[in-house]
Structure formats: structure tokens, C-alpha cells
Design a binder for this molecule. Structure first.
Ligand SMILES: [Zn+2]
Length: 319
């Protein structure tokens, strides 16, 4: 992915292209804007453009050794710091500073990206301030944050601030349609995404999860279709966290159905699906729904014990 592929941030791109052409890049930047609108993507692309060996119309070529290394996240001079657990710790900043005390391995312009800069502990932030005060040669420092007011004022004042705007609805809509969504569904998700492509993708994923969970609840679904859904989950959900997020959605639906069975419809998690869930609830007994919830709890336990994912999911889907 090059500058030309970044969506909805034309202003920022034009501005940087001009700054680069005039040779007046600052040593430190603070990228501000909401989650999932392309700040980190832009930073990585800037690193590519600054180091590309065969620039094409001022954009990264994507095929030279430098571009490839950055794309593969193996470039020794493009250093990305993200929170370890909840915070960015002083040890992480010290490691970066240690690396910066040497010359770049082969970059023209080395880059340090502090993603989620708000997550720096006070110690980490103070340590990084030293780097901002005496920026190493041939190095661009980029801090990424959603809200600059959560950073130390001394840090903010050392950086040139670049604001990233939420993406227009139309752009998000277009991406969703490219992913195969129908017009009205693309519009619905895009309008919930608040200008964030990242959020749109999360919503899309949730949509897929809902679809599968509903399939597992519906009666009369063929075994072949159920197994295909298991296959899809097992393939796409490599890590446990994702799988548990699916379990949460499944459990939420079952819980709502139990409430609906008892004539309670004010506290549904999936209020938007109330009508569909009511119909589904009519086809299942309370005992059957409770049994499904029990099996789900059991499945969670088994997944935590590292029992083969596919087997657990099959059992759950087919029961
Ligand atoms: Zn290149």
C-alpha cells in the first residue's frame, strides 16, 4: 500500500509531499485523530516514501528492498512502539533510545513511531521527552494519539501537529461494497462507523459473527451449512480472544431469547434484532436454550484447556 492507496487523507498527503519536496520535514510529529482513520498507515507509508530506493511519482514503489522490509515489518530502522499490556513502559522507550544511539542500519531516514502515545506511563513520557529534545540525526519521530490533551504539554509542544480527519461516509461505503456488501447494508454500517474505517471493519466482523451465531440458533439448518460456518470460524479466528468475542455474541443472543421467552423485551442486548429473535425463540423451548448456554460455557472451558478448536466448535454448532 502506497500514499495513493490511503483513503480520505488527501490533505495530509499533499501537505507532506510538499514538505518533502521543499526539504523541510520536521524532526517530530504528532498525528492526532480518532481511531482507525489511517494515522499509523500513513506513518508507515511516510517511512516507505522517505526510504524507497526507486520512488515512483513521489510515491513508494512497493517492490524495492526497503519497501518490502517495511511491508514485512522487518526493517531495522523503522521502529514501532505499541503498548505492552495497557501501557508503554519506560523499558520500551529505553530500548528505542539504545537503538537510536547507533547509526541507522541502512535507512536514509530512520523512523520511530509511538502508537497510542497516550499509553506512555509518566516515566516513559519523560524519558521520551529527552529524545524529542535532542532528536537523533536522520530520524523522524512520530507520535500517534487520539487526543493530544492526554499527552504531556511538554511533549506536544515539541511536535508539529498533524490532524487526521474522519473519513467521509461515501469512502467507507465504497470500501464495504468492495467487500461484497449490498448498498443498504454498506450504508448502515458506514453510518455507524463515525468516519473510521477501522471501526467499520470491526462492525463488519461483528456482523459476520452475528450471522453465524444466528445460524447456530435457527432450526432446520443443514449440517453441511453448519460445518461450513465452523470451518470459517476455525480458519479466521486464530486467536482465542477473537473466538471469545464470537462466544459473547452467541451468548448475548441466547440470553435475549430467554428473556423474550419470559415476556421481557426491555433489556435486550440485541434490541435491533428483537423481531427476529422473538420468532426464533418461539421455535425453541426454554430448556433447549438453557442447554445451549450450558454447552457454550463448557466450550469456553475446553478452549481455555486447549482442546482442538474445530472439535469444540463442531459440537457447539451441531447440538
Ligand atoms: Zn520502494
Amino acid at each position: 500500500m502506497a500514499f495513493k492507496d490511503i483513503l480520505g487523507q488527501d490533505q495530509v498527503i499533499t501537505w507532506f509531499k510538499r514538505a518533502m519536496a521543499q526539504g523541510r520535514l520536521a524532526s517530530s510529529y504528532l498525528f492526532v485523530g480518532s481511531e482507525g482513520i489511517g494515522k499509523k498507515l500513513f506513518a508507515l507509508n511516510l517511512a516507505k516514501v522517505l526510504n524507497c530506493l526507486t520512488l515512483k511519482d513521489g510515491d513508494a514503489c512497493e517492490i524495492c528492498a526497503s519497501c518490502k522490509k517495511i511491508n514485512a515489518d522487518t526493517h531495522p530502522d523503522v521502529l514501532v512502539v505499541t503498548p505492552e499490556g495497557q501501557t508503554i513502559k519506560i523499558e520500551q522507550i529505553r530500548r528505542i533510545q539504545h537503538t537510536l544511539s547507533f547509526k541507522p542500519a541502512f535507512a536514509k531516514k530512520r523512523m520511530v513511531i509511538i502508537d497510542n502515545a497516550e499509553a506512555m506511563t509518566p516515566d516513559a513520557a519523560n524519558a521520551f521527552l529527552k529524545t524529542l529534545e535532542e532528536p537523533p540525526l536522520n530520524t523522524t519521530l512520530i507520535l500517534i494519539a487520539q487526543d493530544k490533551n492526554q499527552l504531556l504539554p511538554t511533549i506536544v509542544s515539541r511536535c508539529q501537529i498533524v490532524r487526521f480527519r474522519p473519513l467521509p461516509l461515501k469512502i467507507i461505503q465504497k470500501v464495504l461494497k468492495k467487500k461484497g456488501l449490498k448498498e443498504d447494508e454498506a450504508t448502515r454500517i458506514a453510518s455507524l462507523a463515525e468516519g473510521s474505517l477501522g471501526k467499520a471493519m470491526q462492525l463488519l466482523e461483528k456482523q459476520e459473527e452475528l450471522k453465524i451465531a444466528l445460524l447456530w440458533i435457527r432450526s432446520g439448518v443443514s449440517v453441511r451449512e453448519l460445518l461450513a460456518s465452523v470451518e470459517e470460524l476455525a480458519k479466521n479466528y486464530q486467536d482465542q480472544r477473537q473466538l471469545f468475542s464470537f462466544f459473547d455474541i452467541y451468548q448475548g443472543l441466547l440470553r435475549d431469547m430467554l428473556f423474550l421467552k419470559k415476556g421481557i423485551d426491555e433489556i435486550l442486548i440485541n434490541q435491533d434484532l428483537a423481531t427476529e429473535l422473538k420468532t426464533l425463540a418461539e421455535s425453541l423451548s426454554i430448556e433447549k436454550i438453557q442447554k445451549k448456554i450450558e454447552l457454550l460455557q463448557e466450550a469456553k472451558k475446553l478452549i481455555r484447556q486447549n482442546v482442538q478448536k474445530r472439535l469444540v466448535l463442531e459440537h457447539l454448532a451441531l447440538s
